[in-house]
Design a protein around this ligand. Sequence first.
Ligand code: NAP
Length: 220
Amino acid sequence: MKIAVLGGTGSEGRGLGLRWAISGYEVLIGSRDAARGARAANEMNEELTHDGARAMQIRGGDNPSMASEADIVVLSVPYKAQQATLKAVRDVLHGKLLISVVVPLQPPKVSHVWRPPAGSAAQEAQEYLADAARVVAAFQNISAELLPDPHHEVDCDVLICGDNRDDKAVAIELSQAAGLRGLDAGPLQNASVVEGLTAVLIGLNIRHKVKHSGIRITGL
Ligand SMILES: NC(=O)c1ccc[n+]([C@@H]2O[C@H](COP(=O)([O-])OP(=O)(O)OC[C@H]3O[C@@H](n4cnc5c(N)ncnc54)[C@H](OP(=O)(O)O)[C@@H]3O)[C@@H](O)[C@H]2O)c1
């Protein structure tokens, strides 16, 4: 399965991409700039070689060409870049699953929950894409700090929101592939809570002087 990570040049998408490549997925790093995407992919391949990891070769390029090649597209850009990024790839997303990692933060108050008019960034993406693609929200609460070292256990669950059970099963599979427990957290509208939780975690990080607080669901 080919996974394109739009904005995979950033720390969150890159960390997830590395872990998926090690798990045997073909990872494509998307960027606004094809050369930057290719450079990030080369750096990731070098890291994997250095670690002695047996992984699929990662490739990089511009967001539309990576999205058009992929079976699954992961959106990992800042909220302010979401609309422009989706506009650039909308025509090549037809029938595909888009997994949104986006958290709608409003700098400088990044520890305050803020919701876009649609309710969440993921709902806004689904409204914009309409029938062109199906959106699932996942990985919003996973700190990028913990992802680059694939041997590092991430003490955080992945809450997955979406309106299609099969799509959420794919996100659960990708969570497992990244060494995480993925849980079906209900319909896409619940993404407003999951995205909002990240602002709460950022506030906890600041108050406790750490970089990667997380959440665990107990009692299951
Ligand atoms: N960092 C975390 O710990 C973390 C944890 C959970 C969720 N998230 C969420 O995951 C998403 C990605 O996080 P990140 O930390 O990887 O973000 P980031 O490094 O700030 O940005 C990721 C990539 O998005 C593209 N981008 C940045 N600004 C842009 C703009 N104004 N217009 C278009 N593209 C732009 C850039 O790629 P190119 O320049 O190559 O196009 C950049 O490398 C965000 O929505 C974030 O809230 C982050």
